[in-house]
Design a protein around this ligand. Sequence first.
Ligand code: OAD
Length: 266
Amino acid sequence: MLSVSSCKNRDHLREMDVQFSKEVIERLAAAQSVAVLTGAGISAESGVPTFRGEDGIWNKLKPEELASMDAFLKNPDLVWQWYQYRRELMNDIEPNPGHYVLAEMESDYDDFTLSTQNIDGLHIRAKSQRVLELHGNILRNRCNTCGKLTDENFPGDNVARCQCGGLIRPDVVWFGEMLPQEPLYDSFAAAERADVYLSIGTSAVVQPAASLPLEAKHQGAYVVEINLERTEISAMVDESYLGTAGTLLPELYRLVKEERTRENKD
Ligand code: OAD
């Protein structure tokens, strides 16, 4: 079930100071199985607001008033308007180099799994072929009564209704709801077999997704975090790099490709 734990660390480091270790480069170059968890931070450079951190949405609004079944049943139009507003924000955004490099990595590794907490669909637009969307997708809707899924766009500020009479809701996971079983199961299976696990742009406080990097670590993966600031899991992972995903991730993978080329020559 979707739930939150507290987040304490707030250190910042200068991105210019970041130097990737030989170990992470060599491990990624040699890895047979790589798995990744992304959060709102990877889409921040595309202009999608994050939930926590300095300008986070939840600093100004209360999740339980907008992202829960109680809120929807109490005031369906208000919740609907909130998601319509966020959909409008999506119209003008494009994937950034962080999304694109993950799509490239997917085609380079035989076993590569991308799990995301984001509902913005940007990984798919960046041409990642298989995206495990743990919290759903804001561009899809479903009927709250009969469960029918639809890609249909319902304009307007009033909540739409299904043919069955039920209320239409965004196909996203709200607080207190269960995550979709298949992507969750596949995400944990990938974490268990990963040689290297990357946690990118997530505060790692929302469960159960936040457990994925730690589960990977528990099963022997080398776990690397890239985030603007320290998180709940920074002290538990093997390496934590502070900076923007759109800069650091492409740079890391550039070094990995260089390492592969060097190895092939030797
Ligand atoms: P958060 O907003 O909690 O965390 C995003 C993290 O990204 C923060 O730690 C930021 O410091 C960091 N960040 C910001 N810009 C960045 C950048 N350019 N590069 C790298 N990191 C950056 O977002 P999530 O961890 O994704 O759930 O939040 C998890 C869930 O909580 C969301 O899926 C959402 C929310 O409530 C639902 O709505 C169901």
